[in-house]
Design a protein around this ligand. Structure first.
Ligand code: NDP
Length: 315
């Protein structure tokens, strides 16, 4: 028979990026006995970036993975119970809130802080799926190394694509940047950087038709929407950098969200439409999406949760 033991948790934090760890630091210091489940990508998106130069307090910059190790250590120092595991379902229809981890561990939580962040988007081509991990990647910093001295393409025109194209240009012989419109969305500074890099060729008005190859990438078929012409670029690596989507689907039956799945919070707070459930970081922010703003909202979630528990006489 299935084990139906239920663990009682005072403050449950779901996700381990800057928002989750900041919520952990604050709730642990407030003696709220936080339990954190790290999720699929412990440390979150900063673990797949290199240099972070805009987080205040690091005058010389810091490596993303190291920064997240520091966040973790600080959360542990005050007693956060940090665990491996993914939240696979929730039931917010009655109190206390029910959360299931890895489809088997049942938790009843007095307060829940959702800090599950966002994940990379894909083009949706069958060849992209087939060759994922075999030359197709959504993280230049993770996988660029494998394409040292080779020719690659990157699709996207935002700051991420520009940053990753610059990163790849240092490793690869040639980087094609596939931009679907006649201009880029990236900041002017980033645009100038890629435009002034000799081995980056920006192909405006280009869409991806199919990634070619069986066991690995051998090329990409692209379509010029201005000239209506198709051509094949000889490449061995194909990188996707077209934005992110919030990791919120487990909460969809209970929480109000916008049309893209970002959790809606009461302005000026981290409160969701369910009492005792708070959301912070990129899962509720499609505008700023910075480590420092995520950390700030993690602090807000901790303070909101503390007030909620105090009002309930649970803290
Ligand atoms: P964005 O949403 O800003 O950009 C996504 C890009 O992908 C857009 O140029 C979009 O094109 C393109 N795109 C989307 N779908 C497709 C598709 N199907 N085919 C081809 N192209 C597609 O995402 P980013 O990840 O770049 O950035 C997210 C946020 O993070 C931004 O606010 C950004 O400024 C910030 N950021 C800041 C950095 C920094 O300051 N160092 C570094 C990285 C990100 P289109 O323009 O035509 O819509």
């Amino acid at each position: 028979m299935e084990n139906t033991t239920t663990e009682k948790v005072n403050c449950l934090i779901i996700g381990s990026g800057p928002a989750g760890y900041t919520a952990a630091i604050y709730t642990a210091r407030a003696d709220m006995k936080p339990v954190m489940y790290q999720g699929l990508q412990p440390g979150g998106q900063l673990t797949i970036t290199t240099e972070v130069e805009n987080f205040p307090g690091y005058p010389d910059g810091a490596q993303g993975p190291q920064m997240m190790e520091d966040f973790k250590k600080q959360a542990e120092r005050f007693g956060t119970d940090i665990r491996w595991g993914m939240v696979t379902s929730v039931d917010f229809s009655s109190y206390p809130h029910k959360v299931v981890v890895d489809e088997k561990h049942h938790i009843e939580a007095n307060a829940v802080i959702i800090a599950t962040g966002a994940s990379a988007k894909w083009l949706g081509l069958p060849s992209e799926k087939k060759l994922n991990g075999f030359g197709v990647s959504a993280c230049a910093v993770c996988d660029g190394f494998f394409f040292k001295g080779q020719d690659v393409a990157i699709v996207g025109a935002g700051d991420t694509a520009a940053e990753e194209a610059s990163y790849l240009a240092k490793l690869c012989r040639k980087v094609y940047m596939l931009v679907r419109r006649d201009e880029m969305r990236a900041s002017k500074a980033m645009q100038h950087r890629v435009q002034n890099t000799a081995n980056i060729e920006i192909l405006y008005n280009h869409s991806t038709v199919e990634i070619l190859g069986e066991q690995g990438v051998t090329g990409v078929k692209v379509f010029n929407t201005k000239t209506n012409q198709e051509r094949i670029l000889d490449i061995t690596g194909f990188f996707v950098a077209i934005g992110h989507e919030p990791n919120s689907k487990e909460f969809k039956p209970y929480l109000n969200m916008d049309e893209n799945g970002y959790i809606l919070t009461v302005p000026g707070s981290t409160r969701t439409n369910v009492e005792g459930v708070f959301a912070c970081g990129d899962v509720q922010d499609h505008i700023y999406r910075q480590a420092v703003t995520a950390a700030g909202s993690g602090c807000m979630a901790a303070l909101d949760a503390e007030r909620f528990l105090a009002a309930k006489g649970l803290h």
